[in-house]
Design a protein around this ligand. Structure first.
Ligand code: HEM
Length: 120
């Protein structure tokens, strides 16, 4: 079986780092920070890391809610979704993920937009 993207880039060590850098960027963004004000970030980062692991063909330890349920009350707009995707892209590039793999991962994330954006 072909190696998963999760394993190719070093598994949990790498993607824990990606998720941590990613949320640092999100919290530094004036546009995005307010969504996360009342959120337990340790628990969110743990869920997000497991979500990415599963999405990239690694182990399935995700125990969070389904994505629509988790975002339904947040009134997320398309521009904010796009900004989050850009910050994830930067975090993947910074950890050394090849650009063609960054493109595949961002496409996968883009395909989740309808489950996350509730505000037009
Ligand atoms: C880009 C694709 C996205 C993915 C794959 C994603 C994934 C996730 C996951 C796995 C959780 C944890 C669910 C749980 O704890 O049960 C979560 C929660 C959350 N997400 Fe996202 N998310 C995305 C986009 C966004 C965007 C664009 C925003 C805001 C601008 C956002 C804001 C949040 C917040 C605030 C929570 C915590 C909700 C809570 O604990 O009540 N997410 N997301």
């Amino acid at each position: 079986m072909a190696e998963s993207l999760f394993e190719k880039y070093g598994g949990f060590d790498t993607f824990t780092q990606v998720v941590s850098n990613f949320y640092q960027k999100v919290l530094d963004s004036e546009e995005l920070e307010h969504y996360f004000r009342d959120i337990n970030m340790d628990s969110l980062m743990a869920h997000q890391t497991n979500f990415i692991a599963k999405a990239l063909g690694g182990p399935d330890a995700y125990e969070g809610r389904d994505l629509r349920q988790a975002h339904i009350n947040l009134d997320i707009t398309i521009p904010h979704f796009q900004e989050v995707a850009e910050l994830l892209e930067e975090s993947l590039e910074e950890v050394g993920v090849d650009s063609d793999d960054v493109v595949s991962i961002i496409q996968l994330v883009g395909s989740l937009q309808d489950q996350i954006v509730t505000q037009t």
